[in-house]
Design a protein around this ligand. Structure first.
Ligand code: C5P
Length: 236
């Protein structure tokens, strides 16, 4: 019997017969403000499962080591089991969200270089920003591991910018998480979906991501469906 190992805000993780493999179930649960606002939104789980499977397959084809093994069903995939590093790695290309608030910039102002930020994963502390010294001081990872995550996140940014650009979508920013596999290697984990990216239609400047829910702009699923259908066309 598969046992529930962990339950996050939007996913449930189960054991499988292979101790190095987990089954991930994407739920319809949607949260904002670190879980303070929540709602179940029909179809969101299956859309994110499909979008993240497609993106991880694309990244793997282009030399990024990921946890993704196979899409099992509408809402489920098999992933390599990783020991997750408790950091959120954000990369930004245009000003939005917390960056825009912090520096009082114009929404979607282009940034002269991709900006990378680390945040500690902690609901209790509201995911505080961490610099490299703070990460090392708390022994989360070492210098070499910080550099590996930094370089992988930038490579992922280059590949995703290219993919989304062909789909007429601006990659404003995104968040990734990394983990360590059974060989001790740092591998991309978790998911990449419109829940964890800001994606804006290049022509209409409409949000196609979770900002629709955060800012109460309408039906979130419409944007996610647009992202999936455009990526499917691109991936052909
Ligand atoms: O809120 P902020 O501007 O820092 O978010 C940057 C990016 O990271 C956004 O794409 C957001 O969706 C993502 N993010 C996330 N999970 C969090 C915080 C941010 O996926 N807990």
């Amino acid at each position: 019997m598969n046992k529930l190992i962990a339950e996050g805000k939007t996913k449930q993780l189960f054991t499988t017969e292979d101790e190095n493999v987990i089954r991930v179930h994407y739920t319809n649960h949607t949260t904002a403000l670190n879980g303070k606002r929540e709602e179940d939104i029909n179809e969101k789980g299956s859309l994110n499962n499909r979008i993240s499977s497609l993106i991880f397959t694309y990244l793997a084809k282009n030399g990024v080591e990921t946890c993704f093994l196979e899409k099992l069903s509408e809402n489920e995939q098999l992933d390599k089991k990783l020991k997750m590093i408790p950091l959120e790695v954000v990369v930004r290309n245009f000003a939005s969200g917390s960056f825009q608030r912090k520096f009082n910039t114009e929404y979607l102002a282009p940034l002269a270089n991709p900006v990378q930020e680390f945040f500690m994963k902690s609901d209790e502390l509201d995911d505080p920003f961490m610099n490299n010294d703070q990460i090392k001081a708390l022994s989360i990872v070492n210098d070499e591991q910080i550099k590996i995550m930094h370089d992988m996140a930038l490579k992922i940014n280059d590949l995703l910018k290219d993919l989304f650009s062909k789909a007429n979508i601006m990659l404003v920013d995104f968040k990734v998480e990394f983990g360590i596999d059974s060989d001790g290697k740092i591998v991309l984990g978790d998911e990449i979906s419109p829940d964890s990216c800001r994606l804006v239609d290049k022509t209409t400047k409409k949000s196609l991501d979770k900002d629709v829910f955060r800012k109460n702009l309408g039906n979130l699923v419409d944007g996610y469906k647009t992202v999936l259908s455009r990526l499917e066309t691109e991936a052909k």
